[in-house]
Design a protein around this ligand. Structure first.
Ligand SMILES: Nc1ncnc2c1ncn2[C@@H]1O[C@H](COP(=O)(O)OP(=O)(O)OP(=O)(O)O)[C@@H](O)[C@H]1O
Length: 536
């Protein structure tokens, strides 16, 4: 369990629902008045961390008033350590007056109040609890000297510092030098670096600016798209969960608190921790309000389990499709064996049939992985260079459109798969229900490039609006294909002419192959309790 100290703001949100905004001098009656809600970025992040199981201490300043008392009780209910909370008679507890009209548009006035009274001396008086923490988190709703004081104490004791630069403003170099991890959203990143966040490449450009200031990890959240992370050694993008969002208030705060509760100090589980944080905030956005919508660890795990259940279903569908096709493979043929998890089900299923029925089937593999699996099972393998044609190849696919054109290469085996597919008299694709789509627009398409000069292809793709990103392995090394090439993932533009795109990519010097498989698939078999077969 991580020991987290949050130094930040507490606000009480007073929400008015109005039909329309009053003009200057106008008085309007309203129908509903929502009760006060807990808010403030510091409080939200402390609650998110505590509900995810972190041992959480909150250093904040409250007024000696009813709002302050109510907030304190709420923190105690969430098992937050409030021993280091400070109160003042000089100002009231922070408040945000929020007016929401019928279209969901809001206007907000914030009274910083006690938050603006939090001083460096207040923080220094509680240095012991910071010194003992694993990490300290701060946002920008309190005075900068208080944050700098907290981070100085943290750095002196080897405690990790996380800065959530929200709301965005220019930051002193001193604070950036004291920051280990920075977590802006896309607009905050742009405000701080001057570089627009448009795609993974520009996110990496943003990260470089932060690295040059001495920050060692950058996490950029991009709303319903997900979140990006980068260290000088590795980077990656973790997509958000697709949910119906009703109110995104506190999404970012939930993400940061949840992440801080899970991330190992050596960042070794960064992708898992971000996946957890994405899940946590995907639950927050499905409920109106701020602190009431921040989920507990149990709720996050329950939501994960539901998905695991559907993961099992997907595996079942892959196996059903594989078995359906394996049962219909004729005897005395040369059979192409595809690559990837779905194709692996097929390899096992056809192996069982060959053994049981003593079939005379020789096979060709489309990847080193499949070759090894087939050899391990004792199947009769042929060298692709010794044959003129393959009778049938059975393979998986990443996505397939209504015309049975598809994308392959998610598993990095596209070159060998295409070679074998092109020499096959018949190609059958086996997929689970997620794979068929009406069109390939917006889908990720892998492009295999030679390592020498790969950057030139990357620049061409970037300058022509394909949003390229090199593919990396989990350990941060660049991914190499079976033939030692690199993969660049691009996005298929809207209204793209696939044939022209395919030809254009092949024309670029340095491109070995790409994952568009046009006019290749003869038959798609979709797994399910009722297997669906679609023929060209
Ligand atoms: N519509 C959404 N659907 C699913 N997940 C979402 C959605 N919006 C946000 N999230 C999740 O919340 C994370 C943080 O969101 P975002 O980038 O909007 O933060 P933010 O701008 O700091 O939010 P806020 O200021 O509202 O707290 C995202 O990385 C994503 O995981």
């Amino acid at each position: 369990m991580k020991n987290v100290v949050v130094v930040g703001s507490t606000n009480v949100d007073k929400v008015l629902n109005v039909e329309k905004y009053a003009l200057p001098g106008e008085t309007l009656a309203i129908n509903s008045y929502q009760q006060s809600h807990g808010g403030g970025k510091g409080a939200n992040q402390a609650i998110a961390a505590a509900r995810s199981g972190a041992q959480t201490t909150f250093i904040t300043k409250l007024g000696n008033d009813e709002d302050g008392q109510n907030m304190l009780t709420g923190f105690q209910n969430d098992h937050i350590n409030v021993d280091h909370l400070v109160t003042t008679d000089q100002a009231q507890t922070g408040k945000a007056y929020i007016t929401v009209d019928q279209s969901g548009q809001n206007s907000i006035y914030v009274y910083g109040g006690a938050n603006m009274e939090l001083t460096a001396a207040d923080v220094e008086a509680h240095q012991e609890v910071i010194a003992q923490a694993d990490r300290v988190i701060a946002q920008l709703e309190i005075p900068l000297p208080a944050i700098i004081a907290a981070f100085k104490i943290a750095k002196a004791h080897g405690v990790q510092t996380i800065l959530n630069p929200a709301p965005a403003k220019e930051l002193p170099e001193e604070l950036l030098r004291l920051t280990d991890v920075i977590t802006p959203n896309e607009t905050e990143a742009q405000t701080l670096t001057g570089i627009e966040v448009a795609d993974e490449v520009s996110m990496l450009d943003n990260a470089m600016v932060f690295f040059s200031k001495g920050i060692s990890m950058v996490i950029i959240t991009v709303g319903s798209k997900g979140a990006f992370y980068a260290t000088p050694q590795a980077h990656g993008f973790i997509p958000a969960f697709k949910v119906k969002a009703v109110d995104t208030t506190a999404a970012g705060d939930t993400f940061i608190g949840a992440l801080a509760s899970q991330l190992e100090m050596d960042n070794s589980n960064i992708e898992d921790a971000m996946l957890y944080a994405n899940r946590a905030s995907s639950l927050t956005v499905q409920i109106a309000g701020a602190q009431n919508s921040i989920p507990t660890r149990e709720q996050i795990e329950a939501a994960n389990q539901k998905t695991n259940h559907s993961k099992e279903q997907i595996e079942r569908e892959k196996e059903q499709a594989a078995q359906y096709v394996a049962a219909r493979i004729p005897d005395h043929i040369v059979l192409g064996l595809g690559s990837g998890t779905t194709a692996a089900y097929f390899v096992k299923a056809i192996h069982d049939r060959i053994e049981k029925e003593h079939l005379d089937i020789e096979c060709v593999a489309t990847s080193v992985g499949t070759q090894q699996l087939a050899e391990k099972l004792g199947m009769r393998m042929l060298d692709v260079n010794t044959i003129d044609a393959v009778d049938v190849t059975v393979d998986g696919a990443d996505v397939v459109d209504d015309h049975l054109d598809g994308i392959k290469g998610g598993g990095a085996a596209l070159l060998f798969e295409k070679l074998v597919a092109n020499m096959s008299k018949r190609n059958v694709w086996i997929v689970d229900e997620r794979k068929p789509r009406h069109s390939l627009e917006g889908q990720m398409l892998p492009v295999e490039v030679i390592p020498f000069g790969g950057m030139g292809v990357f620049r061409y793709l970037r300058d022509n609006g394909y949003h390229p990103a090199f593919r990396f392995q989990e350990n941060g090394d660049i991914m190499a294909t079976d033939s030692g090439n690199y993969l660049i993932d691009i996005t298929i533009p809207k209204d793209a002419d696939l044939q022209a795109l395919s030809e254009n990519l092949k024309k670029q010097t340095g491109v070995v192959e790409h994952g568009l498989f046009l006019n290749i698939c003869d038959e798609m078999v979709v797994g399910g309790d009722q297997v669906k077969v679609v023929k060209r």
